[in-house]
Design a protein. Structure first.
Length: 158
């Protein structure tokens, strides 16, 4: 967690926030010295870590709808994207997926054609109808809406 950068946070408050677990508090002096681009660059650098070691080792970790299951799924997706997922879970996931037929809908078009608006509305309607198991649009804003409306589950039926 990061904070500060513009307001006046005195050194005593910075120490207290560190004790609460805040990673970095930017003081007004940091803002003057580093500027906004420097602070952003430092935050990105500090957050750029390989998280594949946190990925689950068994499919059971992603089965269910508890917060821990969703977290494990996110960790597994990260490991898969980075090519660092355990071979055993990748094989188990492929075996599980091979027995399922899941419809896929692709929406393409030029910029500004309304793809995100259409996708948002489809996800909303699917969510209301309780028929969607997973949505992963390419637009970050639509992806946030998809996650909120219908969290993905690799083992849920469509």
């Amino acid at each position: 967690m990061f904070g500060g950068g513009g307001g006046v946070i005195v050194p005593a408050e910075i120490r207290e926030l560190h004790e609460y677990g805040v990673t970095r508090i930017y003081s007004p002096e940091d803002g003057q010295r580093m500027g906004l681009p420097g602070m952003i660059g430092e935050m990105v650098m500090r957050c750029d870590q390989d998280l594949t070691g946190h990925a689950p080792q068994a499919l059971a970790a992603i089965e269910g709808h508890a917060e821990a299951n969703w977290r494990a799924l996110a960790q597994l997706v990260t490991a898969l994207e980075n090519g660092g997922a355990d071979d055993g879970i990748v094989d188990a996931l492929r075996k599980e997926a091979a027995g399922r037929r899941v419809p896929v809908l692709g929406i393409t078009g030029t910029g500004g054609a309304g793809k995100s608006s259409l996708t948002d509305e489809l996800i909303r309607r699917l969510r209301l109808d309780q028929r969607t198991a997973c949505a992963w649009p390419s637009s970050p804003s639509t992806r946030r809406a998809a996650r909120a409306a219908a969290p993905c589950s690799a083992t849920a039926s469509a």
